[in-house]
Design a protein around this ligand. Structure first.
Ligand SMILES: Cc1cc2nc3c(=O)[nH]c(=O)nc-3n(C[C@H](O)[C@H](O)[C@H](O)COP(=O)(O)OP(=O)(O)OC[C@H]3O[C@@H](n4cnc5c(N)ncnc54)[C@H](O)[C@@H]3O)c2cc1C
Ligand code: FES
Length: 274
């Protein structure tokens, strides 16, 4: 995928320090598959020099027609954590960005019967397109578990609730039906969720959370895919900066090219809480 220039059509803060960014460029998301990502860099200025990876959220810009303009727009949801995301948050409509993608290997859901989507924080962003692209009967059977630090961090849950999926949320601080992490919620709902016939887990979030989910899935022999949020520099398998270790071997895979979505049991989780 070549590098393309895209125009910012809108940007707004949808929850504290998290922004919904809409971009427009011909065919930019025509071939995007759920779980793939884009490398994005603000033009002008050298700091930060490298582009940053972001999952795509929707294949049309806010305000575009979701059917007619599908493929010519791109939405991403990003959390401000450092220099690159801080610069992105200062963008205004009309500014232009360099965008490369879609990149990587996304979610695989062919044959899924009972999908359970688990998102920690902004990690839920790569799960929305997965849910939205499920065929309608699979959407109805899907269960979504989302975790956030506070109820203010649950914008994604309002989007997911527009589908027929059952959506449950966990927050660590403040008022909520479930207080704790999304992993606590998964384990609390174990009887209702992990024992369902045909259940399959799709998880994205911080590495420690993914390690715990991988461990729980492995012990229960439940198929589980995880999307890794590792630091990336080139996004194309060249710099070797995103290497992840394969379980029980000395082999490494590149998160940008072989992932970011992996079979959880293929990876080495040692060193994680899991
Ligand atoms: C495939 C993929 C998809 C992603 N999708 C999204 C998304 O949809 N929305 C979103 O907000 N973010 C997403 N991320 C994470 C995003 O790329 C980082 O938050 C971003 O690169 C940070 O850039 P920065 O310049 O603001 O921060 P930096 O200045 O580079 O770093 C600030 C702090 O954040 C830490 N950090 C940076 N990148 C990561 C990372 N990838 N994982 C864990 N810690 C990190 C650094 O160690 C440092 O402590 C994704 C990452 C990957 C690999
Ligand atoms: S980011 Fe360069 S090899 Fe993956």
């Amino acid at each position: 995928m070549g590098i393309q220039e895209a125009e910012v059509t809108s940007i707004r803060e949808v929850q504290p320090r998290a922004f919904l960014l809409s971009l427009k460029a011909k065919g930019i998301s025509e071939e995007a598959r759920p779980g793939q990502f884009y490398m994005i860099r603000v033009q002008g200025g050298e700091d930060p020099f490298l582009p940053r990876p972001f999952s795509w959220l929707r294949r049309y810009a806010e305000g575009q027609d979701p059917q007619r303009d599908r493929g010519d727009g791109l939405q991403i949801l990003f959390q401000v954590v450092g220099k690159g995301t801080s610069r992105l948050s200062e963008l205004t409509p009309g500014r232009r960005l360099l965008v490369q993608g879609p990149l990587g290997m996304g979610w695989r859901w062919e044959g899924a019967k009972r999908p359970v989507l688990i998102g920690g924080g902004i990690g839920g962003a790569s799960l929305l397109p997965l849910l939205e692209e499920f065929p309608s009967e699979l959407k109805e059977k899907a269960i979504v578990l989302l975790g956030a630090r506070s109820p203010m961090g649950l914008w994604l849950s309002t989007q997911m609730r527009e589908t027929p999926a059952r959506v449950m949320v966990a927050v660590e601080e403040g008022e909520a039906d479930f207080k704790g992490t999304v992993v606590d919620l998964l384990l609390a709902e174990e009887r209702e969720i992990t024992s369902l016939p045909g259940v399959q887990l799709f998880a994205c979030g911080p590495r420690a959370m993914l390690g715990k989910i991988a461990k729980a899935a492995g012990e229960r022999k439940i198929p589980c895919q995880v999307s890794l949020e590792v630091s990336m520099a080139c996004g194309r398998g060249v710099c070797l900066g995103c290497a992840v270790k394969v379980r029980d071997t000395e082999r490494y895979l590149m998160a940008c090219k072989d992932g970011p979505v992996f079979d959880a049991q293929a990876l080495d989780w040692s060193g994680e809480d899991g």
